[in-house]
Write a protein that binds this ligand. Structure first.
Ligand code: FAD
Ligand code: MLT
Ligand code: ZN
Length: 541
């Protein structure tokens, strides 16, 4: 009882929600998911519009300043256009400047390519014909899905032809017994989530950009997202792929089996290779059944060590029902509250040092509720959490997710941002945020958030203007620090263009050489997404 009094405020808060049906159970997980996101991702799209004021304010950096166009590549001529029109029809051979402006611009509005042509195939056969022709003419291409990538991988560096998969959005089949979904690569993630909702299933992947990103793009980046802690990586859930190689060969690896040990499992080469080895046209993915009880808690911790300890406790005590464990620091919440429309502090009036979102998903409302309740009360008593609130309904859960998922958007609105997506040992993860703050002083706002449950920190450095003096204080320090602590310089976003030359911080010379040999074998003329993933120097030897 003493302990309850000590934690009186928090206890009252919990009690209040408790008496009011604290632990919200939802009949439909995907409904819950959808409402937590729908508006957001489309907002993200709008924010990405290149006409936005911020573009002028922070200015594009020119790709060409840090790369040289490969002189072996041909420029597109009028005969090429005629040929592409013979494959796709006039409408889907796009030369319109406004449409190209969007497709040439990355989500972060940091870089701008100068492609003069975007192709929008509808079928695998069309993709094959396009690539076969481009390969023979040495025309470089960049595969593009929803263009929400954060490492400059989805836009051209120079004048590469953009092959956009938006028209490849058919669901091919869904097997309710096995839960295997087969669909085309251009399906928007949120549409797949909605489709599965009606079937009583969920996607094993969920991320803030779901309203725009496509499953082909997700697989090509091996996106992690908010529920990896529960459902694992796409290397586990993707069962099969269809991909087109640089020379137009169609590789049918579209199996739907859980187990198949016949030879090398080549689909894994395409998962996370960011369009550099082939263009994914179809996918098959294992989807889990939708469960009836979802709960979301927004908690405050006074220090990072408590967030970390709470994770261990959550894994131990919530075990099989834990479906998300995300964290953000006070600086991240502050940005979200300042810049996100409709964002409210879930734990007013104070600002705490750290916040954790814990989501549980299970099949037994009563026992899930008891488990989470017991876990939260224990955590309060032991002082691991200093305040907390449980979503009482879908709207409240949405508003909590809005804050976490909206941080990238808030950062974009705040000005320029240097983004680092690091895998680090959980106990070391926040040290780099603090060291960076000390290094940069008042020159920048250093924020840390991410997928703590997966050891994935999003270290973001928000600046009013891009500034090379600040950048020189961040890099190579951030990469050296990560390497020294045996981390990865890209946990989930990939290397794209911005980090291709940093690969050696996370991979050995021999490993990169083997990657380069694979690239040269599969794409001898290097037409697929050039200048990305691997440093050009690794491909010349
Ligand atoms: P694009 O951006 O179009 O392309 C990404 C890369 O894949 C490029 O290299 C492109 O060439 C290649 N590519 C695209 N389609 C194909 C294809 N069919 N075949 C071959 N190559 C292809 N990432 C995470 O991992 N976790 C997150 O939680 C997360 N949250 C995000 C939140 C926001 C607000 C934003 C803007 C991004 C987020 N991301 C996250 C980044 C993430 O990489 C993308 O959102 C997503 O996976 C990319 O999908 P896309 O369709 O937009 O691909
Ligand atoms: C996220 O987790 O919000 C995304 O990976 C995007 C980001 O890192 O900003
Ligand atoms: Zn992330």
């Amino acid at each position: 009882m003493e302990k309850w009094r000590a934690a009186g405020f928090i206890y009252r808060r919990l009690l209040k929600h408790s008496s009011n049906h604290v632990f919200t159970s939802h009949n439909s997980i995907p409904n819950f998911t959808r409402s937590s996101i729908s508006g957001f991702a489309y907002d993200y799209c709008n924010i990405a519009a290149p006409s936005h004021n911020l573009v002028g304010q922070i200015g594009y950096r020119n790709y060409a300043t840090s790369a040289q166009r490969n002189p072996m590549f041909s420029s597109v001529n009028s005969d090429d256009i005629v040929h592409f029109k013979s494959i796709l029809g006039d409408k889907y051979v796009i030369e319109d400047k406004d449409k190209l402006d969007d497709a040439n611009t990355d989500w972060l509005r940091k870089f701008k390519g100068s492609s003069k042509l975007m192709l929008q195939p509808r079928t695998t056969e069309e993709v094959s014909q396009i690539l076969k022709y481009c390969n023979s003419r040495r025309i470089a291409v960049v595969p593009q899905g929803g263009n929400t990538g954060l490492v400059g991988g989805s836009i051209p560096v120079f004048d590469e032809v953009i092959i956009n998969t938006s028209r490849m959005h058919k669901i091919v089949s869904f097997d309710k017994v096995s839960g295997v979904l087969v669909c085309e690569a251009g399906c928007v993630l949120e549409n797949l989530i909605s489709f599965l909702d009606n079937e009583g299933f969920i996607m094993p992947l969920d991320l803030g950009a779901k309203g725009s990103c496509q499953i082909g793009g997700n697989i090509s980046t091996n996106a992690g997202g908010l529920r990896l802690v529960r459902y694992g990586s796409l290397h586990g859930t993707v069962l099969g792929l269809e991909a087109v190689l640089a020379d137009g060969t169609i590789l049918d690896m579209l199996g739907t089996l859980r187990k198949d040990n016949t030879g090398y499992d080549l689909k894994h080469l395409f998962i996370g290779s960011e369009g550099s080895l082939g263009l994914i046209t179809k996918i098959s993915i294992l989807t889990p059944p939708k469960l009836s009880s979802v709960n979301l808690a927004f908690l405050a911790c006074s220090d990072y060590r408590s967030c970390q300890k709470l994770l261990l406790e959550a894994k131990r005590k919530l075990g099989e029902i834990l479906s998300a464990y995300e964290f953000l620091d006070a600086q991240s919440l502050d940005l979200a509250l300042k810049h996100l429309e409709g964002a409210r502090n879930p734990l007013p009036p104070l600002m705490h040092n750290f916040y954790v979102l814990i989501e549980t998903t299970g099949s037994d409302e009563t026992s899930d509720k008891q488990k989470l309740e017991a876990f939260l009360l224990d955590s309060l008593e032991s002082g691991l959490i200093s305040d907390g609130v449980l979503a009482q309904d879908i709207q409240q859960a949405s508003s909590f997710w809005h804050i976490r998922e909206g941080i990238p958007e808030a950062l974009l609105k705040a000005g320029g941002v240097y983004k680092y997506d690091l895998s680090l040992p959980v106990e070391k993860m926040y040290d780099i945020v603090e060291e960076m703050r000390t290094r940069l002083g008042s020159a920048a706002n250093v924020v840390g958030y991410g997928h703590l449950g997966d050891g994935n920190l999003h270290l973001n450095i928000s600046v009013p203007q891009y500034d090379n003096t600040i950048l020189a204080q961040i890099e190579p320090f951030v990469y050296e620090w990560t390497s020294k602590h045996h981390g990865s310089i890209s946990a989930e976003h990939g290397l794209g263009f911005t980090k291709a030359d940093k690969i050696y911080y996370s991979k050995s010379l021999e490993t990169v050489q083997l990657m380069a040999s694979i690239k040269k074998l599969m794409d001898p003329h290097g037409i697929l997404n050039p200048y990305k993933v691997l440093p050009p120097s690794s491909l010349t030897s």
